[in-house]
Write a new protein. Structure first.
Length: 126
């Protein structure tokens, strides 16, 4: 039997950011952007995206796919950049990947604030 009395545990208002939806996907994008200053936050963001993918439905679902693909493509690009740094091309590629991440996150934040789906979440481009 569920405890519904006055001493029943209540869901705190701050716990709602963990639920799939608009606020949650916006937090994922912000965590990705914060990764430029604090390196571990994109990992937290992709974990949150993986946890909530498949639970939201609707327009938010495309954002989770977009965010997860952004993370993994950026990781692949960072590895390629690191390898190519020995021939000096990697520095330019790293800058291009950083710009690509920022643009994808800004597009995602804008569309999420308008509650619009990502048109092609499987895309490698913008």
């Amino acid at each position: 039997m569920a405890d519904t009395g006055p001493n029943a545990p209540q869901q705190r208002e701050t716990d709602k950011w963990l639920e799939p939806g608009k606020l949650n996907i916006q937090i994922v994008y912000v965590l990705y952007l914060a990764g430029f200053a604090i390196g571990i936050t994109p990992i937290v963001g992709v974990v949150i995206a993986y946890i909530n993918r498949g639970k939201a439905g609707g327009w938010v679902e495309s954002h989770y796919t977009w965010a997860i693909r952004t993370f993994w493509i950026a990781v692949a690009g960072a590895v390629a950049s690191f390898i190519l740094m020995f021939v000096a091309v990697g520095f330019l590629l790293m800058i291009a990947i950083a710009v690509w991440i920022i643009v994808r996150c800004v597009i995602g934040l804008q569309k999420a604030s308008r509650e619009e789906a990502i048109a092609d979440p499987e895309s490698w481009w913008i």
